[in-house]
Design a binder for this molecule. Structure first.
Ligand SMILES: Cc1cc2nc3c(=O)[nH]c(=O)nc-3n(C[C@H](O)[C@H](O)[C@H](O)COP(=O)(O)OP(=O)(O)OC[C@H]3O[C@@H](n4cnc5c(N)ncnc54)[C@H](O)[C@@H]3O)c2cc1C
Ligand code: SF4
Length: 557
C-alpha cells in the first residue's frame, strides 16, 4: 500500500467477498498483485442467500476447487448425486429423473450454505492477500467510484477514506452499487430478474440420510413445477445439506408482480404440499427465512462488463444462468472473477494495464462463458415464442384432447427430452414450460400422492422476528420517492417480508383522505428488510445497501 494525495493506494481493490470476489482476489494474490478486498457484511456470507448448488463444470476455465483446493472438504455440505423434477397437478405427481442433465458438463456439484462457505473462503483470501500487502476487510460498504477527470481511479466507502487502485473488480452482487455508478447496469425491467426465497430447515444428518435414502456422502436435489404456484412462472427446489435442507422458490419477477403473488405464501405452498410430507415429517423447524434477487443472464449478462479500470464479475455483471431447471450463478462468478484477475495480470505484463477490460471481455467469449450465459438458441425461441398470443395458442393445444393424447403417447420419452442440455438452454420464459406443460404431464401421467402434510410453516412475523438485524437508526437505505399505489404498490406484495394484510413488514398500503378524495398510498419501514433488492425494480424508490455491518445478518444463507 502506498499513499498518494492522502488516499491509500492498492494495485487492486476487489469489492465483495462472495464467490466472484473470492476467486478474483485469490487469483490476483497468486500472481503477486497487491490486493485489498472490501466486504460490507459483518462476515463474508452474512449478506448472502443462494439455493445453492455449486457446480464444478468440466468446460469451465476455473472451478472453485482450482483456486481453493480444500473447499469441498472444508466448506461445502454434500455432493449432489441425484436430481429429480416433479411435475405437479394438485395431488397428481409425475417425477422425472434428470440426473443426466445435472451431470452434463459437471465435474462435481455440491450443496452449500453461504455463511459457512463464504466465511471459510474469506479466511483463505485474507491469508493470501496479506502476503501481497493487502488483506480483506469486513464491515466496509463501498458506495461508489472515485473518479478524476472523468476516469475511474478507485472507490469511495462509507467507513473509510477513498481508496485508489489500478484496477477495481466489482464482485458486489446483484444490487451492485459500482455497476450502477458506472452506468453498466440499471434496475428498470422486472423481466430481467428472478426473485429467490428460501427456508433452511433443521434436520439431523442421520434423519436426512434416512428420509432421502442417502449415504452420508450422497445428496439429492428435488425440483418442483406445475400448478403448485398457480400461474407464477418459476419453480421450487429442495436440496439436502449435511444437517439441514434448503427449500425455496425462484420466480420471474415480472410474473410475481403481474399475479400479485406473495413470495412467502408461494414458499408455504411448497412446504405444505403432500409430496414433501414424508421428507419433512412432523418435526418441521425452520432455521432461517431469506430472499434475494438474481439477474437472468439470458437478458441481463453484460456483453462488455467493464469501464476504464473497473471490471464487473458475477451477478454484478448479470452472469446468473437459469438453464431450464438448473441454476448456475456461483460457478460463473468464480470463472469470471479468475478471468478478470488473469486479464489484469496479462495487461500489466504487456505494460498496458488499461487494456484489462478488453482482455477480460475477450476471455469471457473465448472460454465459452458468454455462450452459456446468453445461448444463441434462446434468442431464437424467445423471439418466436415469448408473445402472449403464441403462449395462449400453445397452451390451448397442450390442454386440448389432442395435446393430452400427445403427452400420453410421448410418455417415458418426455423424461429424456427434459434431460436434454440443449433443450434446457433454449426454454422460452413463458407460462408453458413452468406451469401448463408440467400440469398436463402430471394430470395425464402422474400418480396420486396419499401422504398428508403436518407442516406448519412459521408466520411471516415469526420468520422476520427470528432474523438478526443491526439497525441503523437515522440512516434509511431505501427512500420511497413516489408513495402512490400506482408507482410503488407492487412492492407490498412482491417484497418477501411484506404482505397485503400485514402491518409488520417493510411495505404497507393504506387508504387515506386527501383533499376530500380517497387515495391509496404506500408506506415504508426499512426495519425487517432482507436487502433482496426487489423493491428497487418494482417500486419508485432510491435504493442502496445499508452501511457496513448494518442491516440483516444471515446465519445460514
Ligand atoms: C434463492 C436462490 C437460489 C439460487 N440457487 C443457486 C444455485 O443453486 N446455484 C448457483 O450457482 N447459484 C444460485 N443462485 C445464484 C447465486 O447465489 C449467485 O449467482 C451468486 O451468489 C453470485 O455470486 P457473486 O460473487 O457475483 O455475488 P454475491 O454472492 O451476491 O456476493 C456479493 C458480495 O458483495 C458484497 N457487497 C455487495 N455490495 C457491496 C458493497 N457496496 N461494498 C462491499 N461489499 C459489498 C455482499 O455483501 C456479498 O458478500 C441462487 C440465488 C438465489 C437467491
Ligand atoms: S424492502 Fe425492498 S429490499 Fe427490503 S426486503 Fe423488501 S423488497 Fe427486498
Amino acid at each position: 500500500m502506498t499513499e498518494t494525495d492522502d488516499y491509500e493506494h492498492y494495485e487492486a481493490v476487489v469489492v465483495g467477498a462472495g464467490p466472484g470476489g473470492a476467486a478474483a482476489a485469490a487469483a490476483l494474490a497468486d500472481h503477486g498483485v497487491e490486493t485489498l478486498v472490501l466486504e460490507r457484511g459483518v462476515e463474508a456470507g452474512s449478506k448472502n442467500v443462494s439455493g445453492g448448488l455449486l457446480y464444478g463444470e468440466e468446460s469451465a476455465p476455473y472451478t472453485l476447487d482450482d483456486l481453493f483446493p480444500d473447499v469441498r472438504e472444508a466448506a461445502t455440505e454434500r455432493p449432489v448425486t441425484e436430481y429429480y423434477l416433479h411435475n405437479v397437478a394438485g395431488r397428481q405427481v409425475e417425477t422425472f429423473d434428470i440426473t443426466d442433465l445435472h451431470e452434463h458438463d459437471t465435474e462435481w456439484s455440491d450443496a452449500v450454505l453461504r455463511r459457512h462457505m463464504d466465511s471459510w473462503l474469506a479466511e483463505r483470501v485474507h491469508e493470501r492477500t496479506r502476503e501481497t500487502g493487502g488483506g480483506l476487510l469486513t464491515d466496509v460498504r463501498v458506495n461508489g467510484l472515485l473518479e478524476e477527470n472523468g476516469e475511474i481511479v478507485g472507490v469511495t466507502c462509507d467507513e473509510l477514506d477513498p481508496i485508489r487502485a489500478d484496477v477495481v473488480v466489482a464482485a458486489d452482487g446483484v444490487n451492485s452499487e459500482l455497476a450502477r455508478d458506472a452506468g453498466l447496469m440499471d434496475w428498470e425491467e422486472p423481466e430481467e430478474w428472478f426473485q429467490g426465497v428460501k427456508a433452511v430447515v433443521d434436520m439431523d444428518p442421520d434423519v436426512v440420510n434416512e428420509r432421502f435414502d442417502l449415504d452420508p456422502d450422497e445428496g439429492v436435489a428435488h425440483l418442483f413445477s406445475g400448478d403448485l404456484f398457480e400461474d407464477v412462472r418459476g419453480g421450487g427446489f429442495c436440496y439436502t445439506n449435511e444437517g439441514s435442507l434448503s427449500i425455496g422458490t425462484v420466480f420471474h419477477l415480472d410474473s410475481l408482480v403481474a399475479e400479485e403473488a406473495e413470495p412467502h405464501e408461494l414458499l408455504d405452498a411448497l412446504l405444505t404440499h403432500p409430496l414433501l410430507a414424508d421428507w419433512l415429517g412432523d418435526d418441521y423447524e425452520e432455521l432461517e427465512y431469506g430472499a434475494k434477487l438474481v439477474p437472468d443472464s439470458k437478458k441481463a449478462a453484460h456483453p462488455s462488463p467493464h469501464e476504464g479500470r473497473l471490471l464487473l464479475v458475477g451477478d454484478a455483471a448479470g452472469q446468473m444462468q437459469a438453464q431450464g431447471p438448473i441454476i448456475k450463478g456461483m460457478n460463473h462468478a468464480v470463472s469470471a472473477g479468475a478471468l478478470a484477475a488473469e486479464a489484469y495480470v496479462e495487461a500489466k505484463g504487456r505494460g498496458n494495464p488499461k487494456s484489462a477490460g478488453k482482455r477480460y471481455e475477450r476471455r469471457l467469449c473465448d472460454e465459452g462463458v458468454m455462450d452459456k450465459l446468453r445461448p444463441s438458441g434462446y434468442r431464437v425461441t424467445s423471439a418466436l415464442g415469448e408473445h402472449d398470443a403464441v403462449t395462449g395458442l400453445v397452451d390451448g393445444v397442450l390442454t386440448s384432447f389432442a395435446g393430452r393424447a400427445a403427452v400420453r403417447a410421448l410418455g417415458g420419452r418426455l423424461e429424456a427430452l427434459y434431460g436434454s442440455p440443449y433443450l434446457a438452454s433454449i426454454v422460452p420464459d413463458t407460462r408453458t414450460p413452468y406451469v401448463t406443460l408440467p400440469t398436463v404431464i402430471a394430470e395425464e401421467l402422474g400418480a396420486h400422492v396419499t401422504s398428508e402434510s403436518s407442516v406448519e410453516p412459521p408466520s411471516l412475523a415469526d420468520r422476520i422476528g427470528d432474523l438478526t438485524y443491526d439497525t441503523d437508526i437515522g440512516n434509511p437505505h431505501i427512500e420511497l420517492r413516489d408513495a402512490s399505489y400506482e408507482a410503488s404498490g407492487a412492492a407490498v406484495t412482491a417484497c418477501p417480508v411484506s404482505a397485503e394484510d400485514f402491518g409488520g413488514g417493510c411495505y404497507r398500503s393504506e387508504t387515506v383522505q386527501r383533499n376530500g378524495d380517497e387515495e391509496r398510498v404506500v408506506s415504508l419501514d426499512t426495519q425487517p428488510c432482507v436487502e433482496c433488492g426487489t423493491c428497487a425494480v418494482v417500486a419508485d424508490t432510491e435504493w442502496e445497501h445499508p452501511r457496513g455491518g448494518k442491516g440483516v445478518e444471515f446465519e445460514q444463507g
